[in-house]
Design a binder for this molecule. Structure first.
Ligand code: PLP
Ligand code: LYS
Length: 463
């Protein structure tokens, strides 16, 4: 990770703990456009705005904590991915990052397909009108009910993840009198995260069927014998928050190698390759993600080169970005409740949310930034830890960040880049009420997922 020791200067500089933090930014009031969504600005009064609405107005109307999703940015990112990959490839938005009916409608309108990995995601997609043939169903342990619903609905693709599932999907499709289009998810022996990838020994995981030991070749053999399955291609997904294309290169090479073996053994050229998702975004100013057109070019070139070398027709490529589309489009808005200075250590700034609306810091040691957004401040930078209100000392939202030293109860803080895997992984820990998602565009805010209420909680409690 790209953290560095911090130089002298800020408050407590003489007693700063050993840390995983960069020095304070030159200007605590500035908002790095790489980290904030496209329509975010700080107006002349010092208030931050998104989609033309300022955060105080948003907090009054929708409350805090809340996720504010920049709809224009979301749509622009969909278009950028769509245009970058062109008509010869497909972009499947990974719904696990964040899914709602509104998101499904935006995807449908912007020409993206959708990857779902549960009955609930499938139900949301179908309910909001995504054409079934544009949906791919994933999962390492899909239930019979989930598979049945997907086949009945006519989903365009089921990605098979185990030997049992090959048979299970085939039986269900046969019983329903259908032929289901499927891909086989293979484990290519590459695991990639952020700037690193490791190209050996990562078969030790629950997803996919290993290329190693001829397992994937055997899976292809079995799928090809089943009349109720139409095997269209091979799928690979290598990790999360990846900036370096080298892992994809190894993955593509290994998938094409399998396609070559399939052609040689069965005389069949499978027409599709899916290289999965995992493309990284900027959570902090140190992150430097690739643009969709760079990613499309790199992946297209790798696949074409490998296929040409093997004498194969170039298959239709698909990708499954989730985080890279929705991640940068939202921030979480919180109100400060208490500020506790621990002399010689750091200052704990407690807000009205926490690990129930952003588990990523506790779960992955994820890095985020934070800004005071309800006003500007010229106060000196203060090393802060932004924490939530849960009964857990690991309830940390931003582990190390510089905030102005006059930050006080009632101030609004925003944490950017929380569009992916925050609301979708939110919990009711301590019976917290999960925050709303508000789409903001053209000077108007619209609740697309409403805030939970105590009635919602109690409705499930039927004891
Ligand atoms: C099969 C598959 N596709 C796509 C994704 C989306 O990943 P990301 O949101 O990092 O692009 C995931 C999650 O890692 C996944 O498991
Ligand atoms: N949920 C994870 C990544 C896993 C994505 C699904 N395979 C995150 O927040 O980064």
């Amino acid at each position: 990770m790209s953290r560095s020791a911090h130089p002298a200067g800020p408050r407590h500089a003489d007693v700063l703990p050993e840390g995983h933090y960069a020095g304070p930014p030159a200007d605590l009031n500035s908002l790095d456009p790489r980290v904030w969504s496209r329509t975010v600005r700080r107006d002349a009064d010092g208030l931050v705005t998104v989609g033309g609405l300022d955060v105080k107005t948003l907090a009054e109307e929708f409350g805090t904590p809340a996720y504010f999703l920049d709809e224009d940015d979301f749509r622009a990112r969909c278009r950028a991915w769509r245009e970058a990959f062109g008509t010869g490839a497909d972009v499947y938005y990974a719904g696990k990052a964040f899914l709602s009916r509104a998101v499904v409608r935006w995807l449908t309108e912007e020409g993206l397909n959708l990857d779902v990995c549960s009955g609930g995601e499938l139900a949301t997609a179908l309910d909001a009108g995504m054409p079934a043939e544009r949906i791919a169903l994933h999962g390492n342990n899909k239930s019979t009910e989930e598979i049945t619903r997907a086949v009945e609905a006519g989903v365009g693709r089921i990605v098979l993840d185990s030997f049992q599932e090959i048979v299970r999907v085939a039986h269900i499709a046969q019983r329903l009198g259908k032929q289901q289009r499927v891909q086989i998810r293979v484990t290519v022996g590459v695991e990639a995260h952020t700037h690193e990838f490791i190209a050996t020994a990562h078969e030790d995981q629950k997803f996919g069927i290993a290329l190693a030991g001829g397992q994937a070749a055997e899976a292809v053999r079995r799928a090809l014998t089943l009349d109720s399955l139409e095997l269209t291609g091979i799928h690979s997904h290598i990790g999360s928050q990846i900036f370096d294309m080298a892992g994809f290169e190894v993955s593509a090479r290994r998938v094409v190698q399998l396609l070559t073996e399939v052609r040689d053994e069965h005389g069949v050229e499978l027409p599709e390759i899916d290289l999965g998702g995992g493309l990284g975004i900027a959570y902090t100013s140190d992150d430097d993600p690739r643009e969709p057109h760079e990613i499309a070019k790199a992946l297209g070139e790798i696949v074409t080169k490998e296929c040409e070398a093997a004498g194969l027709r170039v298959p239709r490529l698909s990708v499954e970005p989730g985080r890279a589309i929705v991640g940068p489009t939202a921030f979480t808005l919180y109100e400060v409740g208490t500020v506790k200075e621990l002399e010689g250590l750091r200052t704990y700034v407690s807000v009205d949310g926490g690990m129930s609306d952003n588990i990523r810091t506790a779960l992955y040691d994820a890095e985020y930034t934070v800004a005071l957004v309800s006003r500007t401040s010229d106060a000196e930078p203060m090393l802060s830890r932004v924490v939530g209100k849960h009964c857990e000392s690991g309830d940390i939202i931003v582990r190390d960040a510089f905030l102005p030293s006059d930050v006080a109860p009632g101030d609004l803080l925003a944490v950017p880049a929380t569009g992916a895997y925050c609301r979708s992984m939110a919990s009711n820990y301590n019976h917290a009420l999960r925050p709303p998602v508000v789409a903001v565009a053209g000077g108007a805010g619209r609740v697309i997922v409403r805030r939970e209420t105590e009635e919602d909680l109690l409705r499930l409690d039927v004891g």
